[in-house]
Design a protein around this ligand. Structure first.
Ligand code: ATP
Ligand code: MG
Length: 287
């Protein structure tokens, strides 16, 4: 299967932070969720993909083309939506199209009209007077009207109420339904992943903790619980993000480490939220 987006060995350093060897790939026609705690490196990764931040090492390709060498061609293929609006805030909704369409060779005015109507965006209202959900829809209408085949969104659902969030997820689902378009989005809201992601990439302290199909993610890890005396030195080395109480402990292990667990240890499948919490509590146990 061809990949819409491929990131290989991406490195980028700031004074107090480094993306190290970040690699993942998103096949055409699929939706990938990108999760990790605040400051994990999600926005930095997205900025490198969009060539808004300069990488030090690694390769990034979009539909097989290098995001720097083929920047102009790549820019027509992808659309990005950030959680802050980038339109001038005194523009009225009806003026936005005129201002942006010149940037794109494949602007589709009738598709844009359709989105504006479908999203019920008020044509006479100024950008600054739109609600957060309306702003997000306006940015999506632009992003989806210029023939882009890869949509990259940085926390599109943050700050939206549950109804608006569900609506937005549906828009993304429809967008990929034809099979030739793909979506990469970062989020803190794990229910978004449960609803629409085919693949999940987890990032922690600038390193990829796990990437792959969502269903496999949940099979890769196990929550383990037991009495304090069950927490042997061997088990301590395997447990990610352990917390202990007066009587017992609770942590997470990779399913591949589950052979020969001491008797008395309980195991269960984790929810995505639990995986995130254990990763954030744990030492770096990266792949
Ligand atoms: N231009 C910059 N100069 C210096 N440090 C930066 C710069 N941009 C980001 N960083 C640092 O890189 C780290 C990762 O930031 P990034 O914005 O990628 O995190 P994030 O995963 O998007 O977090 P959040 O969930 O809060 O949006 C942070 O420690 C941040 O302070
Ligand atoms: Mg961010």
């Amino acid at each position: 299967m061809d990949n819409a987006l491929e990131v290989q060995g991406l490195c980028k350093t700031y004074d107090n932070f480094a993306l190290s060897n970040v690699s993942f790939s998103l096949p055409v026609g699929q939706i990938m969720g990108f999760v990790g705690q605040n400051g994990a490196g999600k926005t930095t990764t997205i900025r490198c993909i969009l060539n808004m931040a300069v990488r030090e090492r690694g390769l990034i390709t979009i539909f097989g083309r290098d995001n720097i060498k083929d920047e102009l061609a790549v820019k027509q293929e992808l659309a990005a939506v950030f959680d802050e609006i980038f339109f001038v805030d005194t523009w009225r909704v009806r003026e936005v199209e005129k201002a942006v369409k010149g940037f794109y060779s494949q602007w589709d005015a009738s598709l844009y009209d359709m989105f504006i109507r479908e999203f019920e965006l008020p044509l006479d209202r100024q950008v600054k007077a739109l609600s957060r959900g309306m702003k997000m829809k306006l940015m999506l209408a632009v992003a989806m009207s210029h023939g882009a085949k890869l949509l990259i969104l940085d926390e599109p659902t943050s700050g939206l109420d549950p109804v608006a969030r569900e609506e937005l997820l549906e828009i993304l689902r429809d967008y990929v339904a034809g099979g030739d378009k793909s979506v990469f989005f970062s989020t803190h809201i794990t229910s978004d992943l449960e609803r629409i992601a085919d693949l999940v990439t987890l990032i922690d302290h600038g390193q990829i903790f796990h990437t792959g199909p969502k269903d496999a993610l949940l099979e890769h890890f196990l929550v383990v619980k037991g009495g304090r005396s069950d927490l042997t030195e061997d088990l301590k080395r395997k447990v990610i993000g352990v917390s202990t109480t007066a009587t017992g402990f609770n942590g997470m292990i990779r399913a591949s480490d589950s052979a020969a667990l001491p008797p008395g240890i309980e195991t269960e499948a984790p929810a995505i939220d639990e995986i995130l919490v254990h990763i954030s509590k744990g030492e770096a146990h990266h792949e």
